[in-house]
Write a protein that binds this ligand. Structure first.
Ligand code: GAP
Length: 449
């Protein structure tokens, strides 16, 4: 399959199986925001849970936080977003469509705008001078609209962590080095959103800020870079040959070192198909220093052992929940030829799959539906997400679950009624084994992880 086809196939599969829908579809939709359907919400939640488990639950040195989306407007002056969070915007004088200048230059293979064609109307070189466009959404707090009531929808979750640094440190009695983790929505008025859920105007971030003593920052940066790559490989199960680490040459205003974990999506995403799914940054003491300056409150830390006073440096790991979820879908998608037919499979890691098993009566008679329903309900009671399906030929039912990414399928047949055994079908190999009915839950639990 050509790379460029993959995203189209995913958009169609995601809609067909209830993973992802266009937002406000009945009104014609928007190209910049998406809704997660019944299976999508479970998959994305499993991704976020895996992150929270590895960052917060399995560590003594990271605390969780859920800060508000709306913050004091001065936060965004201190962070540099009011001044610096901009992209260069140009408009085609012929069709009046607007684009990011740097994206047009990269796609056109030239920095000379006179030679760049408008992707919308095809006219070459009719561009306005670039102007810096701020990506933050502005709104008003309270019933009076005016400059004094302006607030922003946060463009990153990180700032909620910085302003709570001392609250969390003191109440959780943490000592530097330690981290604060948060998952939440962020909003950016991207000039050119697109590529499905890869670049949207509303998305979710999984961010962790690790506070360290200056001087130990380079070592912690390295440790987090390795840990995050390991998480993508082991916990998310992304293929090693589709992951790479890409160090930044051009650094953001707050960073002294930075790099991205990139996934190979193919098509028009990122750099020849490689798109960023997580950024890792050494933010120095930029953030705490600026918040200290703008708020007038001291944010330095006193080490209780050495009595040393310092402003911690911050190592940030910032992953997009939507982009990691899209990478999981892209990595799992495959088509195979089976007995002259195309079998579409979503090879999701079982621990992330929304449904763990389908339960099917072979036929709709002889007490099989009742027996299968009992098994299905018992699995749900034990917290194993199961889907009961008695509609259509058994082969069809298997295929529907293959496409949905369900790793196992349990079939109740004539032998179940005689000997109390069922077949368990493996999504990837399509092989079936026969096991006792009372072994189903433990058989699945061992394999789901
Ligand atoms: N606090 C640092 C920060 O926000 P970033 O590299 O701008 O860094 C981090 O964003 C992650 O957020 C990216 O790696 C990506 O996964 C996700 N992200 C950023 N912009 C996005 C967008 N428009 N749509 C979807 N995800 C986005």
């Amino acid at each position: 399959m050509a790379d460029s086809d993959l995203l189209d196939k995913l958009v169609s599969l995601a809609k067909r199986r209830g993973y992802i829908f266009q937002s406000s579809e009945i009104y014609g939709g928007t190209g910049s925001v998406w809704d997660y359907g019944p299976l999508g919400v479970e998959l994305k939640r499993n991704v976020k849970d895996a992150w929270w488990r590895s960052m917060v639950h399995e560590r003594d040195d990271i605390e969780g936080l859920d800060a508000a989306i709306l913050m004091h407007p001065r936060v965004w002056e201190a962070s540099g977003h009011v001044e610096e969070f901009t992209d260069p915007l140009v408009e085609c004088r012929n069709c009046h469509r607007r684009f990011r200048e740097d994206t047009l230059q990269a796609e056109g293979g030239t920095a000379e705008m006179a030679n760049v064609r408008c992707p919308a109307c095809g006219v070459t070189g009719q561009w306005t001078e670039p102007r810096q466009f701020n990506l933050m959404f502005r709104t008003h707090m309270g019933p009076v609209e005016g400059e004094g009531s302006v607030v922003y929808l946060r463009p990153e979750t990180a700032q909620g962590i910085y302003v709570n640094f001392l609250n969390v440190q003191s109440t959780a009695r943490q000592r530097v080095p330690f981290g604060i983790a948060q998952i939440g929505k962020a909003f950016r008025n991207e000039i050119t959103p697109g590529n499905f859920t890869f670049r949207t105007r509303e998305f979710e971030q999984m961010e962790m800020q690790f506070f360290v003593e200056p001087g130990s920052d380079a070592e912690w940066f390295e440790r987090w870079r390795e840990a995050r790559m390991r998480w993508m490989l082991e916990d998310v199960g992304l293929s090693a040959d589709r992951l790479r680490y890409h160090p930044h040459e051009k650094l953001a205003h707050y960073a002294s070192a930075a790099g991205d974990i990139e996934f190979f999506f193919g098509g028009t995403i990122g750099d020849a198909g490689w798109g960023e799914i997580e950024g890792i940054h050494n933010r120095t003491d930029f953030d705490l220093r600026r918040h200290q300056e703008y708020s007038g409150k001291r944010l330095d830390y006193i080490d209780p052992g050495t009595q040393k006073r310092f402003l911690p440096y911050i190592i940030e790991t910032s992953a997009g929940a939507d982009r990691v979820t899209l990478a999981v879908l892209a990595d799992g998608y495959r088509e195979e030829q089976v007995e002259g037919e195309t079998r579409v499979v979503l090879g999701l890691k079982p621990s992330l799959a929304p449904l763990k098993t389908g339960v099917f009566p072979l036929v709709k008679k002889d007490g099989m539906p009742e027996r299968a329903t009992r098994i299905h309900q018992e699995l749900r009671r034990r917290g194993i997400q199961s889907f009961y399906d008695e509609a259509g030929a058994i082969g069809r039912r298997y295929r529907r679950q293959d496409e949905a990414g369900t790793p196992y399928g349990i079939t109740v047949d004539g032998e179940t009624l005689e000997s109390g055994t069922v077949t368990v079908r493996d999504r990837d190999t399509m092989e079936q084994v026969r096991i006792a009915e009372d072994q189903i839950a433990s058989y699945l639990s061992e394999r789901i992880g």
